[in-house]
Design a protein around this ligand. Structure first.
Ligand SMILES: Cc1cc2nc3c(=O)[nH]c(=O)nc-3n(C[C@H](O)[C@H](O)[C@H](O)COP(=O)(O)O)c2cc1C
Length: 347
């Protein structure tokens, strides 16, 4: 039990990382009911899906939970860059018999907006977390007026100080080991990124609000190391991906269960923003970082038909196989067991 766990009303200092595309309410419910903080990732959903999932959580648990949003600035359409990106993908479209003209441009992921704020006002989740900074001051005031405790990810000391100055209640210090998108938002320079062991104590020294460690934590000794560094809780993603309550795809589960999971890189080829995933064919051949990929989230739509065709043939060659640098916690066991094991409790 830590002061932050007490403030959040949870029994264990374990936050299940929100993982858009790999989970819905079932995972969040299982973790919250086990005494951790379950999280609901809303970045890839429209209002109806968010409403359904929040309703499911409210029905299944009275325990605290977290609702997560992205707050990137939506870029204008980039016709030239999108055309160049499609040209780079043309050999693959030909290989799979896809007509590039049939691919509708789409946003991929929506930033937090007034409609999402209204949903929070209706459901009043106890915790709300953001990735890529914070929403506008006006929207943040609405979120805080619901009584929600607000978390956001920092990947540098500067970002942590910025988040504290702009109203976050606690900082998620996301080390470069972490799976999925980097929460980086003040800079695009990936050389600023550092590992969890270096990042957490530096942020702890520089901010006055609680710090949550994320990235590469996969067992009870990792959790206790993070607490030793001054974190008051951990946020763990990758270790939950094989749980039956997650919606992780079959190709993603297969990759996580194979030696392939030992080799991850930061890539922007799936969405336009750097994210850590298991190295696959698209990353090897066009990335892992490509200057041609349109800005986040505009790169997403051009990959979707390739991903669908490849997955139908049981191949993860074109899928984002998000995974952190420590996949040793990935086990196909219920999420409650993963949560208790992280907390060092008998399962
Ligand atoms: C599959 C996957 C999807 C993710 N999606 C999100 C997301 O939607 N929102 C978010 O704030 N973080 C997301 N993350 C990042 C996590 O919040 C967290 O930083 C990371 O999982 C911690 O590192 P670990 O994966 O080594 O445990 C995702 C991570 C993974 C592995």
């Amino acid at each position: 039990m830590t002061a932050l766990a007490r403030r959040l009303g949870i029994e264990l200092p374990i936050i299940q990382a929100p993982m858009a595309g790999s989970q819905g309410s079932a995972l969040a419910i299982a973790v919250s009911n086990a005494g951790g903080l379950g999280s609901l990732p809303c970045a890839a959903w429209g209002p109806d899906a968010i409403r359904n999932e929040l309703t499911a959580i409210r029905v299944a648990t009275t325990k605290p939970f977290n609702v997560n949003f992205f707050c990137h600035v939506q870029p204008p359409q980039e016709a030239d860059r999108e055309a160049r990106w499609k040209a780079a993908l043309t050999p693959y479209y030909q290989e799979f018999g896809i007509d590039p003209a049939s691919i509708a441009p789409g946003p991929g992921r929506m930033p937090f907006d007034a409609a999402a704020a209204a949903m929070l006002e209706e459901f009043r989740p106890p915790v709300v977390s953001f990735h890529f900074g914070l929403p506008s001051a006006e929207l943040l005031v609405r979120v805080k007026a619901t009584g929600a405790f607000v978390l956001s990810s920092a990947t540098t000391v500067n970002e942590a100080e910025w988040l504290e100055a702009h109203g976050a209640d606690a900082i998620i210090a996301q080390g470069s080991e972490a799976g999925g998108h980097r929460g980086i938002f003040l800079s695009q320079d990936l050389s600023t990124q550092m590992g969890t062991l270096a990042l957490v104590p530096q942020i702890v020294k520089r901010v006055g609000i609680p710090v949550i460690a994320a990235g590469g934590i996969a067992d009870a000794s990792g959790v206790s190391a993070a607490l030793q560094l001054g974190a008051l809780a951990v946020q763990v993603g990758t270790s939950y991906l094989l749980c039956p309550e997650a919606t992780t795809s079959a190709v993603h589960r297969a990759a996580l269960s194979s030696p392939q999971a030992g080799h991850t890189e930061l890539t922007n080829v799936f969405t336009g923003r750097p994210a850590r995933g298991i190295v696959n064919r698209l990353m090897r051949e066009l990335g892992p970082l490509s200057a041609e990929a349109p800005s986040f989230p505009l790169a997403t739509s051009a990959i979707l038909p390739l991903r669908a065709k490849a997955e139908a043939a049981h191949s993860g060659d074109f899928s984002p196989l998000w995974c952190g640098q420590n996949p040793t916690g990935c086990k196909a066991v219920p999420a409650g067991q993963v949560t208790r094991a992280l907390a060092g409790l008998p399962i």
